[in-house]
Write a protein that binds this ligand. Structure first.
Ligand SMILES: Cc1ncc(COP(=O)(O)O)c(C=O)c1O
Length: 367
């Protein structure tokens, strides 16, 4: 039988199904106990006072920035080497995303470039914990405190990751998570905001529920961005399994790196010494001195049944939408280089030893 290993796959079991069944049987599809319980459990796990569950990670970022009252004329520094939501959440506020370059080894935002891009208009900084490795939070926090700007963590790829013993999403003013199907843990679709600031938590709660402070009393303009009970039921079960999932991802990454290190021209993911990564993706770099081009390697692996992906092929500022908005002149050399070189291999918890041996054998043959 042909070996096929998908690049990503959610790990769902009987417990998730039972939890969903409970929701069906309760008849409470929305605004019941499951969302509240999920929020409490997630807040405790991350080590924060407040967790606000929402419909997805994009909305988590949008609501966080709205709670901080960002608007036209404000600048927000983030990285262009990310999923589009990292830039769009700034556009939603009619504010201006300012793209700082990344550290080529970690793919995370480079604090020294952040410092250079700060202006009198900078109101917030959004580091993204890329592929599950926390950004350099000490340096970023120092800049944010020194300049009096907000620090919002995009932890959409970093559930359970740690920076100097602190969980991603508990370090800045607010943290934003995604529970999309292929994230380290899922709720189907879903998102969540974490914070220790009671006022921001209250603001976020109003924003996601029609600005409603009491039943049918609406204090501010709000939306309906509430998480459903079914999503929360799945999320709660997945949270219980998260540490185990992440451990398996780290083990898989280690095995992949041990094999790939022996191949000339491929660079394995670099892990900083004071972090605990969760390998949302295993992203290697295909260097110029490798025997094939990155895209050729991707095609050859795909032919052999190894799922691969390029996270991410285009810097956000070069996306058609951003070109139309006039961001095309921006340049972040390390970001551009990463877009040309990166290739992700399967690392999710359903990948087993046999799969890894297969991937390594295929890579050896191609190299
Ligand atoms: C870094 C990053 N930020 C934000 C998001 C948006 O999350 P969602 O897809 O749940 O809207 C994602 C993922 O999909 C992401 O990877």
């Amino acid at each position: 039988m042909k070996h096929t290993i998908p690049i990503a796959k959610p790990v769902l079991g009987k417990k998730e199904l039972e939890a969903v069944k409970e929701v069906f049987e309760s008849g409470m599809l929305v605004q019941g106990k499951k969302v509240k319980l999920f929020e409490e459990k997630f807040a405790e796990y991350i080590g924060v006072e407040h967790a606000i569950a929402v419909t997805n990670g994009t909305i988590a970022l949008d609501v966080a920035l709205k709670a901080l009252k960002l608007g036209p004329g404000d600048e927000v520094i983030t990285s262009a080497f990310s999923f589009i939501a990292s830039g769009n959440c700034v556009l939603f506020q009619r504010a201006k995303p300012v793209f700082a370059d990344i550290d080529p080894r970690t793919f995370n935002i480079d604090p020294s470039d952040v410092a250079e891009k700060i202006t009198a208009k900078t109101k917030a900084l959004i580091p993204i914990h890329m592929f599950g490795q926390p950004a350099k939070m000490d340096a970023l926090k120092e800049i944010a405190e020194d300049k009096g700007i907000f620090l919002v963590e995009d932890a959409a790829q970093a559930h359970g990751a740690e920076y100097k013993g602190q969980k991603a999403g508990s370090i800045g003013d607010m943290g934003c998570f995604s529970f999309y199907a292929t994230k380290n843990m899922t709720a189907g679709e879903g998102g969540l905001i974490t914070t220790n600031d009671q006022k921001l938590a209250r603001k976020a709660r109003l924003l996601i529920n029609h600005g409603q402070s009491q039943k049918y009393r609406h204090d501010t303009l709000g939306y309906n961005y509430r998480m459903t009970e079914i999503c929360a039921a799945i999320g709660s079960v997945q949270l219980e399994k998260l540490d185990e999932f992440n451990e398996k991802r780290r083990e898989n990454a280690k095995l992949l790196s041990n094999g790939i290190r022996k191949l000339h021209g491929l660079t394995v993911p670099y892990v900083m010494k004071d972090v605990k990564p969760v390998f949302h993706q295993y992203v290697m770099r295909v260097e110029d001195n490798y025997s094939r081009g990155r895209d050729e390697l991707a095609d050859l692996l795909t032919e052999k049944g190894v799922g691969v992906a390029v996270h991410y092929p285009i810097p956000i500022y070069r996306q058609p939408l951003y070109l139309k908005l006039g961001y095309g002149g921006k340049k972040c050399p390390n970001t551009e280089e990463a877009c040309r070189r990166v290739l992700s291999l399967p690392v999710h918890p359903l990948v087993d030893r046999e799969d890894i041996d297969y991937v390594l054998d295929v890579l050896k043959d191609i190299s």
